[in-house]
Every structure is written in structure tokens, then in C-alpha cells.
Design a protein around this ligand. Structure first.
Ligand code: AMP
Length: 486
């Protein structure tokens, strides 16, 4: 869970990276960093915390140059520590190099082990660092070729930005798991995880990078290539459900419109007849709640207020803090809820902690019935491609029925969107251009390391889930636990 931003050909590259990262802050709040190049040297500043707190004017002044890359991080691989903050920067035989990564490399643990056995020393726990080692070891003649060789060894999800003294290189993995867009600001080229970052700096959106595409920008201009064999697409459906910012255009579609459509579809599949009003769990549930209201005819109102002075509850690393966090984050509006039969719409249930607190909060504020509607299917499988999800054991839907979850969260009724409905809402009825592994358990072929598969099988065994419960994927997809149990 990270956001990346890059710009080249602008005298205020670091200031713009700061703004771009600010727009991408929702993608990661643990740490942030910017590396800038003045053509001769790379200079870096990374710190734990939020973009606006880290990058004060004096800090940005120390990052001169016309090119920069930046990163906001929430850890999905490696612990939350400064040494894992990105961009990672190094000096190697080819010069100075910085790298910013969104995604997760599923074979990084074994690649790292092999590199370490060969004498490599790592400066972080991050999966990204293996790429640097492969680049440094490559005998290829150009930097671009070194990058291609390095990336041919890794598996998994990567949207990457590389900065050298005189080149900015962007690459997206062939599955297209994570987004990456290209824009233009007068003479400068801009790259960002989401279009919302382009909008903030008033850059013009050119297009999304193609899955498997590499873009190189240097004094010769911009050139593009497709160095990796095309494969089935695996764009992350959870970006549309929860992660991306609603004003972004993601995988070619408006996130806001998609979320509203998720809500409409949800209302058709899981109606709540007789309810008085529809409310959202802010902020991520708002567009879907509006869609639910439109399709059902039940009026939309604001029954929960979100405090903007705390981070997302899930971001807190410890369960005890997360419990407390829900109360810090949301408060109920009694005047709206009192005596009402309420439909409350959220985007997902992970552990069930948030929903349980919210239902209790709504009832305490006077709601007589609470009908919980979720604008995605049950989250039953961990993500290995860059979204932070807990193990199967902790995912409430992996070992409980919908009725059991409804009882746990104390909702009068609970309804999830179906996988088919989700596919329809994102415009992919066959669901063969998206990765839906968190909902379906169908992981993309070759994308799960034996270690990850072993862990997943262990989690499944511990949670009582048997492989037989898992829909066996056909074609290019496969189920990780299945390898071991079959
Ligand atoms: P939980 O309390 O564990 O069920 O978390 C559910 C809440 O977390 C929902 O309100 C979601 O909007 C939000 N959420 C879902 N997935 C994530 C994620 N990967 N990171 C942060 N928040 C999430």
C-alpha cells in the first residue's frame, strides 16, 4: 500500500513531488520520501510520518534539481521503520540510483536468500531492495537493459519509478496490478499512482502506462517499450472498491462512478425494504451509499461524521489501537438516526472490528434497525500484491458465514455484493482483466511464492478452512493453498 510520484523537466521538481505525494497520502501514511536529481547528484530525504509534516520548506530547499521521485508508504512487506522508507537510494558501479515501488514482490524472500548466500548485504527489509541488487549485478550495457534484466527475475506486483542522475524510468508489471499514470506539465513529464496527483499540480493526464510497459525519460525525450511478454491482466479490483481516491480515474474509469455503481448493484442484489434512510461509513462508503440510495429510492442522509484529525483506523498497527481508533474516527448524528430503520453502507469488512463498533454506535444513537450493506464480496483471502490484509485466520469472512458475521457485528441484516455484481460494476463481467484474489481466492499463476503459499496453507488449516471450500480456479489462475494440499 504505497503511492509513487515522479517528475522530470521542471525547475521545482521537489516542490511538485511534495504536492503530488500530498495528493497520494491516502495510499500510505507511515513514511514518505523524495529523492531529487540536479543532473550530477541525487539528494534524498525520507522520514516516518505524513508528507506535510516531513517536507517543510527548508527540507525541500535541500532537494534541488529538475527531476525527482517520491513515495508514501504503508508497509505490506518489511516492518514500519525508517530503513524501509522509500525511495531507497544507493550508489553502485553505474552511478547513483533511487527507486520507488508500489506493489509487492511475491518471490522476494527466496531471491533475497539467494543474494545473501552470495554475499549481498541488504540495508532494508523491503522486498524492493532485491531489484537494486539485480541492477547492480547486471552486465547489461545500459541502465534500461539492467532494469529489464532485474525485473525479469521478480514476480508479483510492481509499479516502479527509478531515478538516476539523468534518467527517470517508469515500469508497470505485466499484470498491471497497481496503477501508474503519465501526465504532462508544460515541458515536464509527470508519473503518478493516481490521476488525483496530476490534478493537484494542474498537469494534463496523458494516459495510463500499459501493463508491462517501460517508459524512459531523459535528455533525448520520452521513449516507451514493452519488454515483458503480455499476460492475462490482473488489475487490482480492491483499488476500485476501497483504496484509490474517488476523484481519480483508475484503469480508465472514474473511481467515484464505479463506487456509485457498486452501490446501485448492491441495492438491486441486497435490498432493504422498509428502511427509512441510507447512510455511509465515511469516507470510503459514501459513493456506494449514494448509489444504493439512487437505486433503492431510500433517502440518503449523513448519519456518521468522520473526524479528519485521525488516520484511517486500519493503518494503526496494533489491534488495541484499532479498537479505540474507530471511536476516535467516527461519531453518530442522533438527530438523523433516532427512531429510524437505517441502511449503513461500507466498502468492505476485514476483521469485523469497524462494523461491530459502528452498528453499536448507530443503535446507541437511537437507530431501531441497522441493515449493513457491503459494496464488495466477503474479503476471505489475503492479498500478496500490495494491499494490506491480515492472514486468513483474521479475516472474519474466511471462517464465518454471512449470518454469523451479522450476529457478530450485531446488525439486523447483512448483505454483501456478489462477485458477479462487482464484475458488472467495474465493466468486466467475465472478471478476467482484474485480480479478484481477495474475494475469490483465485491468485494469478506463478505469482505466489512457495513461502507465501505455505503460509497461506497454514493459515487456512488454522482457521479450519479446507482447500475443498475454495473454488478451484481454472485457466491461468490458481489457488496457493491448493498446490500444497492437492
Ligand atoms: P475491519 O474493522 O477490520 O473489518 O476493517 C474494515 C474497515 O477497514 C472498512 O471500513 C474499510 O473501509 C477499511 N479497510 C478495508 N480494507 C482496508 C485496508 N486494506 N487498509 C485499510 N483499511 C481498510
Amino acid at each position: 500500500m504505497c503511492g509513487i510520484f515522479g517528475i522530470t523537466g521542471h525547475p521545482e521538481a521537489s516542490n511538485l513531488a511534495y504536492l503530488g505525494l500530498h495528493a497520494l497520502q491516502h495510499r500510505g501514511q507511515e513514511s514518505a520520501g523524495i529523492v531529487a536529481s540536479d543532473g550530477e547528484h541525487l539528494r534524498s530525504h525520507r522520514s516516518m510520518g505524513l508528507v506535510a509534516d516531513i517536507f517543510t520548506a527548508p527540507v525541500l530547499e535541500k532537494l534541488p534539481g529538475e527531476a525527482s521521485i517520491g513515495h508514501v508508504r504503508y508497509s505490506t512487506a518489511g516492518v514500519s521503520q525508517l530503513k524501509n522508507a522509500q525511495p531507497l537510494s544507493v550508489e553502485y558501479a553505474g552511478g547513483q540510483l533511487a527507486i520507488a515501488h508500489n506493489g509487492n514482490l511475491v518471490n522476494a524472500p527466496e531471491l533475497r536468500k539467494a543474494l545473501e548466500a552470495d554475499g549481498a548485504i541488504f540495508q532494508s527489509d523491503s522486498d524492493t531492495e532485491v531489484i537494486i541488487h539485480f541492477i547492480a549485478r547486471s552486465k547489461q550495457p545500459t541502465f534500461e537493459n539492467k532494469v529489464v534484466e532485474a525485473l525479469s527475475k521478480v514476480k508479483g506486483a510492481y509499479s516502479l519509478l527509478f531515478l538516476t542522475q539523468n534518467q527517470l524510468v517508469a515500469v508497470r508489471d505485466p499484470y498491471g496490478f497497481r496503477p501508474l499514470v503519465l501526465g504532462r506539465l508544460r515541458n515536464a513529464y509527470v508519473l503518478a499512482s493516481e490521476t488525483t496527483a496530476l490534478d493537484l499540480i494542474e498537469a494534463e493526464y496523458i494516459r495510463e502506462l500499459e501493463p508491462g510497459e517501460m517508459v524512459v525519460i531523459d535528455e533525448k525525450g520520452l521513449r516507451t517499450s514493452q519488454p515483458f511478454a503480455p499476460t492475462r491482466l490482473g488489475r487490482c479490483i480492491f483499488e476500485h472498491v476501497y483504496f484509490a481516491k474517488p476523484d481519480s480515474v483508475l484503469f480508465g474509469t472514474s473511481v467515484y462512478e464505479t463506487r456509485k455503481e457498486l452501490g446501485r448493484q448492491l441495492a438491486r442484489e441486497q435490498p432493504a425494504p422498509g428502511a427509512d434512510l441510507v447512510i455511509a461509513v465515511p469516507d470510503s462508503g459514501v459513493p456506494a451509499a449514494i448509489g444504493f440510495s439512487q437505486a433503492s429510492g431510500i433517502p440518503y442522509d449523513v448519519g456518521l461524521i468522520r473526524s479528519h484529525y485521525v488516520g484511517r483506523t486500519f493503518i494503526e498497527p496494533q489491534q488495541s489501537i484499532r479498537h479505540f481508533g474507530v471511536k476516535l474516527k467516527l461519531s453518530a448524528v442522533r438527530q438523523v438516526l433516532k427512531g429510524k430503520r437505517v441502511v449503513v453502507v461500507d466498502d468492505s469488512i476485514v476483521r469485523g472490528t469497524t462494523s461491530r463498533k459502528i452498528v453499536k454506535m448507530l443503535k446507541a444513537a437511537g437507530a431501531v434497525e441497522v441493515h449493513l450493506r457491503i459494496s464488495s464480496p466477503p474479503t476471505s483471502w489475503p492479498c500478496y500484491y500490495g494491499i494490506d490484509t491480515p492472514s486468513r485466520q483474521e479475516l472474519i469472512a474466511s471462517n464465518h458465514t454471512t449470518e454469523e458475521i451479522a450476529r457478530y457485528v450485531t446488525a439486523d441484516t447483512l448483505g454483501y455484493l456478489s462477485l458477479e455484481g462487482l464484475g458488472k460494476a467495474v465493466g468486466d463481467t467475465e472478471r478476467n482483466t482484474f485480480c479478484t484474489a481477495c474475494f475469490s481466492g483465485k491468485y494469478l499463476a506463478g505469482q505466489v511464492s512457495p513461502e507465501v503459499a505455505a503460509q497461506s496453507a497454514k493459515d487456512s488449516a488454522q482457521s479450519g478452512a479446507v482447500a475443498a471450500e475454495v473454488a478451484v480456479a481454472t485457466g491461468p489462475e490458481t489457488v496457493p493453498g491448493k498446490h500444497l494440499t492437492a
